[in-house]
Design a protein around this ligand. Structure first.
Ligand code: ZN
Length: 220
């Protein structure tokens, strides 16, 4: 595949090689990924509100994997794209659903898309001023995360919630932004067979300076 690409010393000498990424039929993996990153449930102790329920789940399976990211990262050059598959396993912690740690981009004006491939979940988003926007996804649905929005995945179902993501290669991730505010402003809680958004009692609103920091623009 693509074996005839030449890498000479001319103007096209730095051309990057095209890549084929192929999702497994059960949407559990991505062939062609340059890295697979596994996050353990044990690493998410500060993410869930119900600490007793979290401890009980962890005691039952201390090495449980919470989610995996199969990533295709050419490099971090501005103008390029990082893409990959996020596989978020199911499992409630108290009334909260399984979720990723979440982040804002280190260059916060960089956007992202998430295209649902399998399962049922949502992309929970929060603007620097605390405005929230949970977007529910099923296979075929695509969530656009605009610049400056904090975002995380939440698994509302009983199977893996799998999304294909794509974002600018120079975006980076700031994983501390949610913890610094005591969590996102709202919790996504089980409600009968569905879900509801509820105020997070631990949330500390950002002051004007913190909001301005997340609204800054960064050059390419
Ligand atoms: Zn992101």
């Amino acid at each position: 595949m693509c074996s005839k690409i030449s890498y000479g010393s001319g103007p096209t000498g730095n051309l990057r090689r095209p890549a084929l990424l192929r999702m497994a039929q059960d949407a559990s993996a991505l062939t062609g990924a340059t890295a697979i990153k596994r996050t353990r449930l044990a690493d998410l102790a500060d993410v869930f509100a119900a600490s007793a329920a979290f401890a009980a789940r962890l005691a039952a399976d201390p090495d449980a994997t919470a989610y995996e990211v199969h990533e295709h990262r050419p490099d971090g050059v501005a103008g390029d794209l990082i893409s990959g598959l996020s596989v978020l396993h199911p499992g409630r912690v108290g009334a909260e659903f399984a979720m990723t740690r979440g982040h804002i981009h280190a260059r916060p004006d960089r956007p992202e898309i998430y295209a649902c491939q399998a399962g049922h979940g949502l992309i929970h988003m929060e603007a620097p001023d605390g405005t929230t926007c949970p977007l529910e996804l099923r296979p075929g649905d695509v969530a656009y995360v605009p610049p400056h929005w904090i975002h995380r995945s939440v698994n509302l179902g009983a199977a893996d919630f799998v999304t294909l993501f794509c974002y600018p290669a120079d975006a980076g991730q700031d994983y501390g932004v949610i913890a610094e505010s005591g969590g996102m402003r709202t919790l996504i809680l089980a409600d009968g067979n569905g879900w509801r958004e509820a105020p997070n009692p631990r949330y500390r609103p950002r002051d004007a300076a913190a909001q301005a920091r997340l609204m800054r623009r960064t050059a390419a």
